[in-house]
Ligand binder design. Sequence first.
Ligand SMILES: *Cc1c(COP(=O)(O)O)cnc(C)c1O
Length: 388
Amino acid sequence: MIGQPIDKGSFVLPIRPDLMGVRSYGAPQLDVAARLNVNENPFPLPDELVDAITDSVRAVVSGLNRYPDRDATALRKALADYVGTQTSAHVGVEQVWVANGSNEVMHHLFLAFGGPGRSALTFTPTYSMYPEYARDTFTGFTAIPRNNAFSVDLATALPAIRELRPSLVLVSSPNNPSGTALPQEDLQAIAEVALEQGAMVIVDEAYAEFRRRGTASALELLGRYPNLVVTRTMSKAFGLAGARLGYAVSADPSVIDVLSVVRLPYHLSAVTQAVAHAALEHSEILLSQVAMLRDERDQLLGWLVDHGFVVAQSDANFIMFSGFDDRDNVWQALLDQGVLIRVPEPAGWLRVSIGTPDENDLFRRALLVATQGTSATEQNTANQEGTP
Ligand SMILES: *Cc1c(COP(=O)(O)O)cnc(C)c1O
């Protein structure tokens, strides 16, 4: 814990008062059989890609005596091309921003559009980092609860935007931790009111590639709302969480200009740019696992329902579920069997990331053991009677 007075004569670290006693973000990083707690892609990079990335990095190593391309222009161009394959909207390099993970992209957005005397509005339960970006940038923060289906409740959301007049409205869609995607017409209603009030709308699409057929992306709306920014990442579907590469696509190129004012100089290393560039050139190999992970998700979701658990609908590579008395006991019993999952914000729920088929099997078996005797499994035993 920081903020404890250190006895060095009379010296006390002059830490910001609002940071006293605050603990750093930390989902457990444990070496267990199935790590299903931070929504990573469970597959190691295929050899072909390992070679391509290694070659790409090798090509920049001798030039590491120089600073990297400050504007990461080649990489942003490649991202604009990739995004172009994902949407009917035209996306130019001047609309794309890159940073070390979409977390840093968000931080930049808060630096540029938040600040003292301003506020951000979001809809909870949602990504636990949002209040931290607000704290770091002295931006006010308001959370409006989602409804029982973990959808944004427009009846409270729209008046809140009008009354609070935030400069940033943040929507995670598909939402972490619930997995639910925001219907396009709801996003339009939010963007409309935000536009009227002069607010930016940031749609965090970290899980966009996992969405179900028929679920739209906010990218489609870029032509309609000049206040819209969509953030994405290579940490999830692309399986590159370790590379730290996130990006944003903005409707208005001026957004990118202001982000380049608040970033630190040379924020994205030449090595990161080389890794991401090579990965994008082979995006079809990386994304080939996505279809399989989506199938695994749908199967696991059906299995959870069949076994009496309550689930939130998921357009992501994780599922939030409930239907047990003591979630902390269930979480621990799973961990005792080598399965690490997440205790998310809403009370009574757990969240599991989709792993490899073997990991998902292990999770299923471990969950039945962990919830033995709870109402969900009793119902399950009843359901199973008479089945072979
Ligand atoms: C995982 C995640 C991110 C991605 O963060 P990176 O910094 O790109 O690794 C962003 N937003 C949400 C909601 C996430 O769950």
